[in-house]
Design a protein around this ligand. Sequence first.
Ligand code: IPM
Ligand code: MN
Length: 336
Amino acid sequence: MPCDGAGKEVVPEAVKVLRGVGADLEFEDFDIDADSYLRTGVAIPDATWKDLQAADSILFGAVGDPRVPDPKYLHGVLLRLRFELDLYVNLRPAKLYDDRLSPLRREDRRKVDLVVVRENTEGAYVGMGGRFKQGTPDEIATQEDINTYAGVTRIVEYAFGLAKREVVMVDKSNAMTYAGGLWQERWKAIAKAHPNLKTRHLFVDAAAMQLVKDPSQFEVIVTGNLFGDILSDLTAELVGGMGIAPSANLNPKTGRGLFEPVHGTAPDIAGKGVVNPIGAILSAGMMIRHLGHREMADAIEGAVESAIRAGDCTRDLGGSLSTSQAGDAVVKRLKD
Ligand code: IPM
Ligand code: MN
């Protein structure tokens, strides 16, 4: 599902790399996009939805269009997939492949190899709330932050299952005491079951500060939907920017997954052949890893790293290649 804007340019590159690495996959193309939404008023047709539900994995580009201010489109595509396929884990790794991509001055603190484990099906994203006396000076707007025992438990457990060294739990339990209270209780209980792992808590404001101050201290950060959204843009920028950041939306129980670059449709640069395909290529790498092909995933990551270090990349990473040349630069290195 390339969907819109930059998504249409980067997904073909990711597919090219998957084919290049020899992945024996069958692809089915879905042209869900803003054009079809504007034409039909339907975000995902029912028949397509059935196919998507049946897919082992979804390789996704980006959704949105300046001509569609209507949030129903975004909700009807990406958020619907996350919620209805119950993809409760949003993995957002950030790894510094080349020192020169770090915005940090202190060399000893540049090393970044962390993952944000973002809760992906609850929090402020569920769309509960409303507007009362809309358009009047007395208007009231509410947006509910939903945190369930089961939802918090499963995401914190996933983070502890992933970590080798330390889990940092991030919330805002000093100000948001009800939701934060539940996160604190579940985190402490689950931490007890993992005595071999270190664990730490940070309020989200302090986490943002520490991420900029010394990102090398982090391994696994687990947090709610909204904080995870915000912190993962920050962590992307620590390793080269939005163009490079991959993500996986997973349900570890059903095995379903949706893999997408963290960047959006980038309407300002889309369609000019300059968008960076690395975020999508690394997302495809996460997909093939999830499907059980660790060697192919390692090969993709290795090829990406080598292309970046050689400067064979797009302008945002200091290179001069077009989107498809940057994809080719990765393909060329797959067998090395
Ligand atoms: C992301 C995006 C989405 C999110 C938007 C498009 C709803 O910013 O995947 O990070 O907030 O989850
Ligand atoms: Mn985001």
